[in-house]
Design a protein around this ligand. Sequence first.
Ligand code: AMP
Ligand code: MG
Length: 399
Amino acid sequence: MQRLIEFDQALKTLLVSIDSDVGTTKLNLSECLGRILAEDVTSLIDIPGFDNSQVDGYAARSSEVSVGKEFVVSQRIPAGSNPTNLEKGTVARIFTGAEPPSGADCIIMQEDVKIIGEQKVEVLKSAGVGENIRKRACDLKTGEVFFKKGRQLSSADIGLCASVGRVSMQVYEKITVGVFSTGDELKQPGEKLERGQLFDSNRPMIINCVKSMGINCIDFGCLPDRLEPTVKSLKSASEKVDAIITCGGVSVGEEDHLKDAVQELGELKLWKINMKPGKPFAYGKLGKSAYLGLPGNPVSAWVTFSLLCRPFILKLNGKELGKTLFTMARTNFDYENRNSRREFLRVTIDLKGNLQLYGRQNSQILSSICFCDGLIEVSPKQTIKAGENVKFYNFSSIG
Ligand code: AMP
Ligand code: MG
């Protein structure tokens, strides 16, 4: 029997094999959400650009301030205005984001002052040097690189780019992924199901996984369980896309033709991973296109897509991947993996934020993916005790 490849090794093999040469394009900031940076981004200005007040309050000289002391309010400084020097022995009314007047070295919070006359206040709580003042460039300095090439831009990232005055960004062009389902038993929603048939759920699921990553996707339809049309369709697809994903037909039965088709047309680099679900996963090369073969069981397709294809496709599109796909999280259950395969178990997050084992772990039960929050990884022979921290793959970051 062929030796199963360890999950970590499979992921590494996939990722190191990438030597993509994706084109780049300049986009307006408003079009950059989810796009992958093709340049390092430098701050054009200091952020903040000037010292400013963190609160609504009174600008003062800290050496003059003490509890119970009364001050005349000598000027009023709303955000965006230009203050004059602070007269000695006085304070200035100031608002959040406004520049303190020269001479002032602290801001007393409005709540720490009592108004005792038209332009007069009494200090209830004193303030030390620098208190409630945000210093110029405390966030970013002019010329500082704050985003590296390969970053996938989030909404907050776009906000930060706008804050330094960026109008446009150099990003990678979107690569294109093509998706096939396979199986004579499959019908499409809207068609009539005959005995023994089922609706094709993997293809719409995987197409939407790809689209939600901000990647172009072509729907190549459903392949019959025959070698000849499989070879023909894969060949033609490999001329059109950067990566091909198939679902099903990659296992060991006589009705499984994907492996033979890939070997006939190109190279099969990897097949069968020591994981559950997801064992029959395949990876190869068809001309210039990458080939990713997912198992047919919907949960296995989802898990192998999320853990192996997703990082692969993002890296193929120029993304610099994070250190890990998982975070550590606490379980509220005992579990023993008696299997020699690495298990990825579906879990939910309970009201206390701990992980709870989902009851139905069969790889055909697609509803389990919809009703769970993520997967935990359990090594062969590993025993988990309630309260222990385990590797958790949250669907909201990998799905
Ligand atoms: P296979 O890997 O082709 O042997 O398929 C394994 C199981 O997954 C079989 O029960 C198939 O009917 C089912 N399956 C395969 N492809 C799909 C699909 N696209 N949508 C739903 N179920 C599928
Ligand atoms: Mg099949």
